[in-house]
Design a protein around this ligand. Structure first.
Ligand code: S3P
Length: 449
């Protein structure tokens, strides 16, 4: 983070949001674009890369392991070292707030003849790493992590890679694209077939992009309906030109803002609408949201569209648990939409939200409570009684919302602030830089255009 002190920021009631805008590049695709390019032999070019702190942490770590990564004008160039060609980093890899950087790079190092120590901020240092330690250890890596009082393996941790590693067949016990991708990254430098069985579909960027980079990778469905991903190592990756689409997880905040602020009508250009990421849009449409997808096209193997959103009267809904993986990062902002809907919204199956950048169920329940919203926090979801479009007002005129170093909590309450009676403050805007640089200015610009 650029500054060492929290930056409280106020968000006030807003007039209609109007205009045509775009959002920064997709975070998941940006991490993968850098990592796969660093493993290709030769020069890849990336445009639209998200220049948020999380992705920059990945770039710095790859540089520390020998990849040359440069930016000129709007083009990022990565000079890859080849799948087995990473160098021993001299210092600990600083991962900041980024779980994706940490888990993916742990996988990358697991099958190389190098070792690396990972450190992170207070939020990342609480997040569970056992989910990647388990399969990577089966492949032969030696991983030593700090153990918490409740026996969770957390940062700081050290991965001692092994080369050659052992290919495994691994059934994902939790729906996690990070775990899947960590194993695939380890599999790239592992002779033989690394196989992942995925009972619940998660974002598929790694599979799609690895295939684009020339890896031998297949995806099939088995008799039980599980996805089976098979990767043949050792892979040789060819450099690519990558165009990163706008991040649907960032667009989500603006989509909900336009839906709940009366009179709004906005177009968000060039947004990824991969079905493994687009669950929120479907749920909001089912709640009555006027969301339309124009100019549908394919960019770099990913479906993309311009999204038009108009203010709508939303109705509460029961969100089925099986849609959760395709909107796992969007629940905080869905809860804000639910707070403005008519009637009750119920959500289930969201244990994973408790181990994101913060415990998102508890942070959202607390913050919405301060705004006078009726919320019941269950074990694995929230039940929210919406205001039916009425502005939000709690007992305090201008409450201060705790964001717990979580960018998506900060942005969700920034959006909620637009529909409060007299505004709210979030205790710290800095975490937004991890995924959505310029968010604050963009919201202000939209509200005044
Ligand atoms: C991500 C996967 C998801 C998501 C995260 C990005 C990825 O995490 O929450 O923001 O890029 O693979 P999980 O794998 O923990 O579900």
């Amino acid at each position: 983070m650029t500054s060492n002190t929290p930056q409280p920021t106020t968000f006030k009631p807003s007039g209609p949001l109007t205009g045509k805008i775009s959002v920064p590049g997709d975070k998941s695709i940006s991490h993968r674009a850098l990592i796969f390019s660093a493993l290709a032999i030769g020069k890849s070019r990336i445009t639209g890369l998200l220049e948020g702190e999380d992705v920059l942490a990945t770039a710095d770590a790859l540089r520390a392991m020998g990849a040359r990564i440069e930016k000129k004008n709007d083009v990022w160039t990565v000079h890859g070292v080849g799948v087995g060609g990473l160098m021993q980093p001299k210092n600990a890899l600083a991962m900041g707030n980024s779980g994706t950087s940490t888990r993916l790079l742990m996988g990358l190092i697991a099958s190389q003849g190098i070792s690396a120590t990972f450190i992170g901020d207070a939020s990342l240092s609480k997040r569970p790493m056992g989910r990647v330690i388990e399969p990577l250890s089966q492949m032969g890596a030696d991983i030593r992590a700090r153990e918490t009082s409740d026996h969770k393996a957390c940062l700081p941790l050290t991965v001692r890679g092994i080369c050659p590693a052992v290919p495994i067949e691994y059934r994902l016990p939790i729906a996690s694209a990070q775990v899947k991708s960590a194993i695939l990254l380890a599999g790239l430098n592992t002779p033989g077939i690394t196989r992942i069985v995925e009972p619940v579909l998660t974002r598929d960027h790694s599979e799609t992009m690895l295939s684009g980079f020339g890896a031998e990778i297949t995806v099939e469905t088995d008799a039980k309906g599980c996805r089976v991903i098979s990767l043949t190592g050792e892979a040789e990756l060819k450099p690519q030109k990558i165009k990163v689409p706008g991040d649907p997880s960032s667009a989500a905040f603006l989509v909900v803002a336009a839906l709940i602020v009366p009179g709004s009508d906005i177009i968000i250009e060039n947004i990824g609408i991969n079905p493994t990421r687009a669950g929120l849009f479907e749920v909001l449409q089912n709640m009555g949201g006027d969301i339309r997808f124009g100019k549908k096209r394919t960019v770099g193997g990913e479906p993309v569209a311009d999204i038009r959103v108009k203010h709508s009267h939303l109705t509460g809904i029961n969100v089925p648990a099986d849609i959760a993986p395709s909107m796992i990062d969007e629940f905080p902002i869905l809860f804000v939409a639910a707070a403005m809907a008519s009637g009750e919204t119920t959500t289930h199956g969201l244990h994973e939200l408790r181990v994101k950048e913060s415990d998102r169920l508890s942070q959202m329940a607390k913050g919405l409570g301060l705004l006078g919203v009726q919320v019941t926090e269950g074990d694995d979801g929230l039940l929210i009684e919406g205001s039916g479009g009425k502005t939000l007002a709690g007992r305090q005129a201008k409450p201060v919302i705790e964001t717990a170093l979580d960018h998506r909590i900060a942005m969700s309450f920034a959006v909620a602030g637009l529909v409060t009676k007299s505004g709210l403050s979030i205790d710290d805007i800095r975490p937004v830089e991890t995924s959505f640089p310029g968010f604050d200015d963009l919201i202000t610009k939209l509200a005044s255009s």
